[in-house]
Design a protein around this ligand. Structure first.
Ligand SMILES: NC(=O)c1ccc[n+]([C@@H]2O[C@H](COP(=O)([O-])OP(=O)(O)OC[C@H]3O[C@@H](n4cnc5c(N)ncnc54)[C@H](O)[C@@H]3O)[C@@H](O)[C@H]2O)c1
Ligand SMILES: O[C@H]1[C@H](O)[C@@H](O)[C@H](O)[C@@H](O)[C@H]1O
Length: 336
């Protein structure tokens, strides 16, 4: 049987909330894929997921990547573990789907850009799943086809109902705002050149010293402005909206994607998606299916290592902007 005919054999690293979701999707909903190795620092989580998907546990993450039966790797460990694990995938020449953020600092992200360039082919795909969401794809098509005229402004809203206390303002930028950084780059097809963060009154549920919500303002190479409201403790639901204002029209997505309006007892109402799995379920599945098909051919099909690096560089400037209240310039290094 040729490589393209048999299932892609995957190692999943980190089977917490996101990794367990991806492992189940690979095992049950993705064509041509098989999870053969599971790794997690928490042995009981690894054992539970491995038993469910019919894989074996490998206790060391680097050994899991290098296991001879593994063709490709999905990394869903926390961001601070990504640099070493993605490097190991590149060293082994194995395609990898790495959850965002690529790493937690610009230098280590750029080292991965260089390491992939040394390999000579794209192997690293980033988990910016919004690019695979039907609404974001339609918005991108509308812009590309000229349906809004020249895009002038992008307004984003990103609200999570609740997060753990370690989610301080810096983490909000690196882990949450990173999605809008990629959305802006994807929709406008240009780099971000500066970041400013407006820090207002914080919600009483935020820990001392954490600005939640914040308004992040980006400028792009051509001078366009992108705004992002990031709120992670609304206590309400998962709300992700994006509006593009162009010269001849505007378009907004995420308004009521799952809002089934019901009318009973003289009242009307609906439900907002409670979390990212409900909102982006289709996007995660499409992302995985396309990655599996590409990885079988030894490549990627989606945002790559440069997109991961650029997003981390913008977020690093964003962290400085949070700390200082100043507008901070983004200077990307050379693209190999
Ligand atoms: N694309 C999305 O919408 C989305 C949603 C949620 C999380 N994420 C990303 O997925 C990643 C994981 O987030 P999560 O919410 O699932 O976190 P989590 O804490 O629920 O899970 C992380 C798991 O990794 C394990 N782990 C930690 N360090 C490890 C290491 N060095 N090697 C092996 N295992 C290790 C932990 O024991 C834990 O089980 C993060 O990068 C996060 O930003 C993306
Ligand atoms: O890791 C999660 C995930 O990326 C979600 O999509 C985002 O809404 C959260 O803010 C973030 O913390």
């Amino acid at each position: 049987m040729s490589d393209l005919q048999r299932d892609l054999r995957i190692a999943v690293l980190g089977v917490g909330m996101m990794g367990a979701f991806h492992a189940d999707a690979l095992a049950t909903r993705t064509k041509g894929a098989r999870v053969v190795v599971v790794n997690d620092f928490a042995a009981e989580k690894a054992a539970e997921v491995a038993a469910r998907v019919g894989a074996r546990v490998v206790e060391d993450p680097i050994a899991a990547i290098n296991a001879p039966e593994v063709d490709a790797v999905l990394i869903a460990t926390p961001g601070k573990a990504h640099a070493e694990q993605v490097q190991a995938c590149l060293a082994a020449g194995k395609p990898v789907l790495c959850e965002k953020p690529l790493t937690t600092d610009e230098e280590s992200s750029y080292a991965l850009v260089q390491a992939e360039a040394a390999v000579g082919r794209p192997l690293v795909q980033l988990g910016f799943m919004r690019r695979f969401d039907a609404e974001y794809a339609a918005l991108k098509d509308l812009i590309t086809s000229g349906g809004l005229g020249n895009p002038l402004l992008v307004h984003c809203t990103h609200r999570n109902p609740a997060v753990p206390d370690f989610f301080n303002s810096e983490f909000m930028v690196r882990d949450s705002v990173v999605h809008e950084v990629d959305v802006a780059r994807f929709l406008l097809d240009e780099e971000i050149t500066s970041v400013q963060v407006l820090r207002g009154v914080a919600t009483s549920s935020a820990p001392e010293g954490t600005w939640d919500p914040m308004i992040v303002v980006f400028e792009t190479e051509s001078g366009r402005i992108v705004t992002d409201e990031i709120s992670v403790r609304t206590g309400v639901a998962y709300e992700v909206r994006t509006e593009v204002v162009g010269e001849t029209g505007s378009a907004m997505i995420g308004l009521d994607q799952s809002l089934v309006r019901t009318s009973t007892d003289g009242r009307w109402g609906g439900q907002i998606t409670p979390g990212f799995v409900e909102r982006f379920g289709q996007a995660y599945d499409t992302e995985l299916q396309r990655w599996v098909a590409a990885a079988k051919q030894g490549t990627i099909d989606g945002p790559g290592v440069w997109d991961g690096y650029a997003a981390v560089a913008v977020c690093e400037a964003g962290v400085k902007a949070v700390q200082t209240g100043e507008k901070v310039a983004v200077a990307l290094k050379a693209k190999p």
